[in-house]
Design a protein around this ligand. Structure first.
Ligand code: 1YM
Length: 657
């Protein structure tokens, strides 16, 4: 739709500057929706819901609302309803429009109508209700206030079709209800909402806002769920722990909350005072992994950042001080390292910050330096008090840390040995067939199941940019092994050295020797198991690799069609059907189970050649989702795991590269 078309809709005699301005905003948003909601993919579609819910959450954080209801209707519209004060119904001085119409039709850059203290919006720019309206087929608002129901309706990307009016009266409650249907002309990929995506985020918001009741109803399937956690993030920690088979080392939850006042700059350069709110819950289980989920303003900071640094700093500092004071360390010099204090740790860190700054490629890492000090101080005091008030629990924690420390020291010795051993020859693992180029950006590492497929891959590769690392048999399950055993594992060691990045706290993405790491396994149960184990390893030890989009899964063709001497490979069922239609009769179809069923030229042409192959990029949008997924993947049932690896679209995206 062009601007000219819209001008026709105005009364040309008396259109005002404001009208023109509103139209320009609408055009700008509809022309480049990605700038406002990230993308017009399924993710962008769901972003619309977060924008509207955020206004309700804000009302809850302000203390006026204790229930939010989300409904997905049978025709894929969304209804969000809250029991807050209701959007004010008067006229806005600046716009001359009603406040309600202003909230939904004026782009408020710079926060003129942004009364929000904390920008809780799902990541991007907190662009709010107006952008949602501009991207919808229709949007209608019911505001219950002063006993009346105030109604307004917009259509065709935010044009007011029913002006604000009092529809009826006699209500004894207040609140806001927004119903909207995304415009399929904008959301070309899909306009179908995913129940699980919405449900997961609703549950997360319920954990992060204690006492707030959130409900979700899917009228397409008649599923209804309620979430309300009076214990807030304490219940979140228990929920995370319940998902795997570890048990808590003690019943007590360590819980810390506090507020600190800071000065933040206004747009005009002056300063204003505002509060940073900190909330942390943690405990330990008998496992080896740490699960630290972090949030800023209810947004999952998957890249962690200064709030998490402050937490880790305080944890190490206070545990060391307590251990020394109570003579619990073997020798006075053997301080616990940060990583020694993480084994079996589950923690949720949630801060509210009036002026958060995010960095990193995915803008998911908090970088405000004062957040580190504030979290470290507030949590440090709580932890110290907790340890002195619960000496028997303190002993359990310190013992756990000391065990981790011994394992670490043992593994460092093992690593030294392997380093010395390696430095005699080339420091790269012997099994690696490296590529010629040293420009990591163009280099690819294929991690291949088995020596024979490894051989074909070596023959079929482009030796300038493609390196091959064959793995023998199954790799260690890092979910179930402790750190010294992991470092001692031959297959894992050769992956670490080939990649060049180091792992854990020594990880450095800039040292990656390849920007594409491609897992290539057979399309059978063993193959998907190996893929799972590798994904788990990368997720636990090098999550940055995934966050930066370096990890891929190769997709060998599923079928081979033979007709006489001719062989044709089909990527999937769709491709197979096409081939069947083209060939008339007299062909044989076999399912391609292993990489070994192709010779090296076939492997090259179908699976390795960048011009032909299909790769799946591994993505993790949300650490909680990933934790859930990995627990499921590591379960005993092969069926769901296999389905997941082959079909899960949330977690992996298909790319034709
Ligand atoms: C389903 C979406 O938008 N609820 C909502 C929004 C507002 C208020 C209450 C509100 C805010 C204030 C005062 C205030 C908004 N008001 C505005 C603005 N639910 C939903 N509930 N009274 C009511 O912040 O002072 C923007 S959002 F700008 F009009 F104040």
């Amino acid at each position: 739709m062009s601007l000219d078309n819209n001008k026709e809709l105005l009364n040309v005699d008396n259109y005002s500057d404001d009208d023109i301005h509103a139209l320009e905003d609408r055009e700008a948003v509809r022309l480049r929706p990605g700038m406002y909601i990230g993308a017009t993919t399924e993710k962008g579609l769901h972003h619309l819901v977060w924008e509207i819910i955020d206004n309700s959450i804000d009302e809850a954080l302000a203390g006026y609302c204790n229930e939010i209801n989300l409904t997905i209707t049978t025709d894929n519209a969304i209804i969000v309803k809250d029991n807050g004060r209701g959007i004010p119904t008067g006229i806005n001085e600046d716009t001359g429009l009603s406040t309600i119409e202003t909230v939904f039709t004026v782009l408020h850059a710079g926060g003129k109508f942004d009364s929000k203290v904390y920008n809780t919006s799902g990541g991007l720019h907190g662009v709010g209700a107006t952008v949602v309206n501009f991207l919808c087929e229709y949007l209608e608002v019911n505001v219950y206030r002063d006993g009346n129901r105030h109604y307004i309706r917009f259509e065709d990307g935010g044009k007011t079709v029913v002006p604000l009016n009092i529809a009826d009266s006699g209500y004894d409650f207040t609140g806001t209800e927004v119903k909207f249907k995304p415009d399929p002309e904008i959301f070309k990929d899909t306009t179908t909402f995913d129940f699980e995506t919405l449900q997961r985020r609703i549950r997360q918001m319920a954990f992060l806002t204690k006492g707030l009741k959130l409900t979700i109803k899917d009228e397409r399937t008649e599923v209804y769920e309620e979430f309300k956690y009076d214990g807030g993030i304490k219940e979140y920690v228990n929920f995370i722990n319940k998902k795997d088979d570890n048990h808590a080392l003690f019943d007590e939850m360590i819980y810390s909350e506090g507020i600190e006042n800071i000065s933040i700059p206004n747009p005009d350069g002056s300063l204003r005072e505002a509060n940073v709110v900190v909330e942390i819950a943690m405990n330990y289980n008998n496992g080896y992994n740490s699960k630290i989920l972090s949030y800023c303003n209810n947004i999952n900071t998957t890249g962690d950042g200064t709030h998490v640094d402050g937490f880790k700093e305080a944890l190490r500092r206070v545990l060391n001080a307590y251990a020394k004071d109570n003579n619990l360390l073997k020798s006075k010099d053997d301080s616990l390292s940060q990583a020694d204090t993480w084994e079996g740790l589950t923690a949720v860190i949630s801060i509210k910050h009036p002026n958060p700054i995010y960095e990193g490629q995915t803008k998911s890492k908090l970088s405000n330096s004062e957040a580190r000090k504030i979290v470290s101080k507030i949590f440090g005091i709580t932890l110290k008090d907790f340890l002195y008030e619960n000496p028997s629990v303190a002993k359990i924690i310190i013992d756990k840390c000391i065990t981790a420390q011994s394992a670490r020291i043992a593994s460092e010795k093992a690593r030294d040995v392997s380093r010395k051993g390696a430095s005699k020859s080339n420091s790269l693992p012997g099994k690696l067939t490296d590529c010629i180029s040293k420009n990591a950006e163009e280099c690819e590492l294929f991690i291949v199941e088995g020596d024979s497929a490894g051989g074909s891959a070596c023959d079929g590769r482009d030796n300038k940019t493609q390196a091959i690392l064959p793995l023998r048999g199954k790799i260690l399950n890092v979910e179930k092994a402790r750190i010294d055993k992991i470092y001692g594992n031959e297959e894992i060691r050769s992956m670490i050295t080939a990649l060049g990045t180091g792992i854990h706290d020594q990880f450095d993405i800039d040292k990656a020797r390849y920007h594409k790491i491609i897992i290539m396994t057979d399309a059978d149960v063993d193959g998907s198991h190996i893929t799972t184990l590798l994904l788990t390893f990368f997720y636990r030890f090098m999550p940055e690799l995934i966050l930066n989009g370096y990890l891929y899964i190769a997709q060998p063709p599923l079928y081979k069609v033979t007709k006489g001497k001719e062989k044709i490979f089909a990527q999937d069922d769709e491709a197979l059907n096409k081939i069947k239609n083209e060939l008339n009769g007299n062909y044989e179809i076999t399912r391609n189970k292993g990489l070994g069923e192709m010779d090296w030229t076939e492997l090259r042409d179908t699976t390795m050649d960048p011009n032909n192959r299909v790769l799946v990029r591994v993505e993790i949008n949300d650490a909680e989702e990933a934790n859930e997924v990995f627990t499921m993947l590591m379960g005993e049932e092969v069926g769901p795991r296999k389905d997941f690896i082959q079909t899960n679209a949330h977690y992996v995206t298909n790319l034709d590269i």
